[in-house]
Design a protein around this ligand. Structure first.
Ligand code: PGA
Length: 270
């Protein structure tokens, strides 16, 4: 992956206009060289639009409807999210799959609609603990990806896939870098097989208990194109530190691309 890593904060059902302003103030003092965005609750989109303007931070939502508009009480149209300057929308987060019964087909439909309305969908996939323990990780990922690949085909080049093992979310225990690399490779192979899109064409990011302490090691792994950060994105200084890790990773990639040699595991200064 030659693009700089993408770091996306997922505020979930947290945050306030004060937190939006605090993050914007920090960003105005300078931000590391990575792509960074925050997906916040819908009512904070307008505040983000005002506060993040003129900073490198982009913003997005955490869910959207699969419809353009209509009599769907409580749903939020992706076009309206876009109207507030948002670039991203998370779809299919495990918390929505589990608590709201969202199916793989519905998630694919949301991603398709979001893309049609000019948003970049961040589609979450990942296995539960019992699926991991039953050796069902690959089958689960394939099942979750199939409707997406059928619905979007080569348009998946404009989508971000977030590999988030459900057991790692909010657990303080991220998946190991080796496991993350294997899962990313499996997702990339599946996309290549079904859509012909190469690993370089689709951005795959990792999420699940990412912190400033493990971000470097995760980003150093082959195929990891960025991070989806929950808890650690709620403290602006921690989110900044994760983005600094992403910038270090971008720096290493750049040096490699320029023919420089980087020893495995080394972390050149930002
Ligand atoms: P976490 O959440 O970083 O708090 O584990 C990640 C997510 O759910 O996207």
């Amino acid at each position: 992956m030659s693009a700089p890593p993408l770091v996306v904060g997922n505020w979930k059902m947290h945050g306030s206009t004060a937190l939006v302003r605090a993050l914007a103030d920090l960003a105005r003092q300078g931000w590391p060289a990575c792509e960074a965005a925050v997906c916040l609750p819908h009512p904070l989109l307008a505040a983000a639009q005002m506060a993040f303007a003129g900073t490198p931070l982009r913003w997005g939502a955490q869910d959207c409807s699969c419809e353009a508009e209509g009599p769907f009480t409580g749903e939020v149209a992706p076009g309206l999210i876009r109207h507030f300057g948002a670039r991203f929308v998370i779809v299919g987060h495990s918390e929505r799959r589990d608590r709201h019964g969202e199916t793989d087909g519905q998630v694919a439909a949301k991603a398709q609609r979001a893309l049609a309305e000019g948003l970049t969908p961040i589609v979450c996939v990942g296995e539960k603990a019992e699926e991991r323990d039953g050796d069902q990780t690959a089958a689960t990922l394939r099942r979750q990806l199939l409707p997406l690949m059928r619905g979007l085909g080569r348009d998946l080049a404009s989508v971000v896939i977030a590999y988030e093992p459900v057991w790692a979310i909010g657990s303080k225990d991220a998946a190991t870098p080796g496991l993350i690399e294997d899962a990313h490779a499996f997702i990339a192979d599946t996309l290549l097989f079904h859509t012909g899109l190469s690993a370089r064409a689709v951005r795959i990011v990792y999420g699940g208990s990412v912190t400033p302490n493990n971000a470097d090691a995760i980003l150093a792994r082959q195929g990891v194109g960025g991070l989806l950060v929950g808890g650690a994105s709620l403290a602006p200084a921690e989110f900044l530190a994760v983005c600094q890790a992403a910038a270090r990773c971008a720096h290493r990639l750049e040096r490699r691309g320029a023919g420089g040699s980087t020893a495995p595991g080394s972390t050149p200064a930002d």
